[in-house]
Design a protein around this ligand. Sequence first.
Ligand code: NAD
Length: 363
Amino acid sequence: MNKTYKICILPGDGIGTDIIEEGKKVLQRVAEKSGIKLDLEEGLIGGIAYDKEGTPFPQDTWEKVKDADAVLLGAVGGPKWDCLPRDKKPEKALLELRKGLNVYLNLRPVKIFPFLAGMSPIKNIANGEITPDLVIARELSSGIYYGEPKDQTGSGDNREAVDTMRYTYEEIERITRKAFELAKNRSGKVTSVDKANVLASSGLWRDVVNEISNDYPDVELDHILVDNCAMQVVLNPQDFDVMLCPNMFGDIISDLASVLPGSIGLMPSASLGEGRKGLYEPVHGSAPDIAGQGKANPLATILSVAMLLEMTLGLGDEARTVEKAVYDVLNEGYRTHDLYYDEKKETLVSTQEMGDLITDRIV
Ligand code: NAD
């Protein structure tokens, strides 16, 4: 008998609800067409959960997450909740979710669609000279976001606050191995990003990455300081393949890298630990400026669904079908608000229309 896969759907806040609807539609169509059985369970997370339950990450949501084979998340946060104490903020729920699942490897692929290259602010991508194809392997469950913060003390111009960045050997080793394994199936190159000239935790990061690299003689390893990396990722993005990053550096570098394809609305992600269970979400946030207006690009979420199909459910063919649908629809000139710039060649569509176009091509 066919297994039923349990998928926990967490729309969250802002455009989270807009884009998750489209991701769900695609997932359900794939299930219909390929005969796989899905059990989709929705849960509350983020600001909306705080409003309804008094906590951004209710126990009931955690139970659903624990029970699921995979989690599909929209985004959390927004100005309405910015003034809450740190442990009630929507973003705190994300940290708890990732830690709870122990998903320490966050994969953020950056691919250029040739017919969207003109959208890129990077001159040599826009003119077709280079077509970078890289993946950010961001450490997701440790580092400064999980340090020991001390909230503001003192008053007036004597106020101070503290964050701490801590990494252990084991935390660095496990993500390094994943990055090298990934590189073996790509172009065979890892670039490790750190700030080893200043930070103690980066010194350990570099030492451990060097040690582990000895087990992968066929993979080339480079180290780069994060500040130079920020420059090189826009100047010479074609030089990167797998970018191995500590948590905060990966967070920042991936937003920077999101300008390469032309919109953050095209950037999916998958977060994994040991085993197949995964958390899938677009790289972008809740974009309160465009929420509920039909302007959000759902493709990052739909491409995250493709990653879910492949990495958790082992359905590579179905994942390729979704990716091809995205490619074809964009190639035919359909554009959401963030990608629309030429009314003669392109058709402007809403979030929902884009979701329908992709779904209709999954036959
Ligand atoms: P953001 O990613 O939400 O938005 C940045 C810019 O990109 C905005 O102009 C927005 O309109 C645009 N944008 C983002 N996604 C888009 C899409 N799918 N289609 C079209 N345009 C899109 O970042 P922000 O404005 O810094 O943060 C807004 C809120 O989201 C904050 O509360 C922040 O904490 C939260 N956030 C959540 C996550 C998450 O849930 N994983 C990640 C980042 C930020």
